[in-house]
Design a binder for this molecule. Structure first.
Ligand code: GRE
Ligand code: ZN
Length: 315
């Protein structure tokens, strides 16, 4: 069974300090993130992964002061393009974008997809506290829609006000994890998707497709509750749940237990779910074993393993 993993991170060592300034990475991640060579290919082979869709770890170029963000995003994308050339068929990539300069971000999306052959773009949550329903990001969303590629909406570190409010009174190391991979990232990214719906993004961009990781960033569990509360605000219009289910795809990254998988399948269906491992934060063998052993029909397993990604990302 062909296996395509669609949320797989890298970070060239020469850009590590600049991308992660002010944020902490697990120290063990630095080596695997920087490796786009034989070591990464060996990890993929050991897990039976045929293709990694590469993306720079959050926040990539998003919190770098302009205009430097523009050159940084180009350099990061050029590095991914080099890896694709070096290992034909094993890598594809999502473009990192200089979101602080939206016009340049749109231009970089065009360059990455048209000139470098990338299969989508990745946006790491808010940009200095501003979300994708904000008018300033319209050129970026219009570019993705025109190019016919999905926007991977990945979590990032929370806005300063959130860190202050939710971190108060906690050990800083505990607060840092609670507000990110331990819970907050998933709450915030699910909320970001709902902001996009309520802010009219999908009315303005009816062909736009978004991908969220982490088994749907809490959306499968809470979408119908949100629908009941929020659809009342939009009488006569498509329901919030239907809008989400026609514009959002999910990947499993970091979730390797059956209950969330079944919830995602029940609420979103097998045509909108894809495999990913969140490398190097998730273990590729654990994720691949989960996909192989989870209670799925052969048809659904195939869709999740590769056919959905082939269709959505044109791989
Ligand atoms: C992720 O990309 O999802 C991630 C990080 C850092 C730590 C944990 C994690 O970027 O899941
Ligand atoms: Zn990730």
């Amino acid at each position: 069974m062909r296996l395509i993993a669609v949320e797989e991170h890298f970070l060239p060592s020469e850009h590590g300090k600049e991308v992660m300034a002010g944020y902490g990475l697990p120290p063990a991640a630095a080596g695997p993130l920087a490796d786009l060579g034989a070591g990464r290919i060996a990890v993929m082979d050991a897990a039976g992964i045929d293709v990694q869709v590469l993306s720079v770890v959050a926040p990539a170029a998003q919190e770098v002061p302009r205009p430097r963000a523009v050159d940084l995003a180009r350099a990061l994308n050029d590095r991914a393009a080099e890896a694709i050339r070096q290992y034909p068929g094993r890598f594809r990539a999502l473009a990192s974008l200089p979101m602080p300069v939206p016009e340049a971000a749109a231009a970089e999306a065009f360059r990455a997809v048209r000139d470098l052959g990338f299969c989508g773009v990745i946006i790491n949550g808010h940009t200095s506290g501003r979300f994708l329903d904000s008018a300033e990001f319209e050129p970026v969303l219009a570019a993705a829609e025109e190019l016919g590629v999905p926007v991977y909406l990945h979590p990032t570190y929370p806005p300063a006000a959130v860190i202050k409010a939710y971190g108060a009174g906690l050990d800083p190391a505990v607060a840092a994890l609670l507000m990110t991979a331990g819970w907050g990232w998933h709450a915030e990214t699910g909320m970001h998707v709902l902001r996009m719906v309520l802010g009219g993004v999908f009315d303005r961009h009816p062909r736009l497709q978004v991908v969220v990781g982490h088994m749907g960033e809490n959306l499968p569990f809470s979408l119908l509750r949100a629908d009941e509360v929020l659809s009342r605000l939009r009488p006569g219009r498509e329901s919030v749940a239907d809008t989400v289910r026609s514009h959002v795809h999910l990947t499993i990254s970091g979730y390797t237990t059956v209950a969330p998988l079944q919830c995602a399948l029940t609420v979103f269906g097998a045509d909108r779910l894809m495999f990913s491992t969140d490398y190097p934060f998730g273990d590729p063998v654990q994720h691949a074993t989960f996909l192989q052993t989870a209670p799925l029909s052969p048809e659904d397993r195939d869709k999740i393993a590769h056919t959905n990604a082939e269709r959505l990302f044109n791989i």
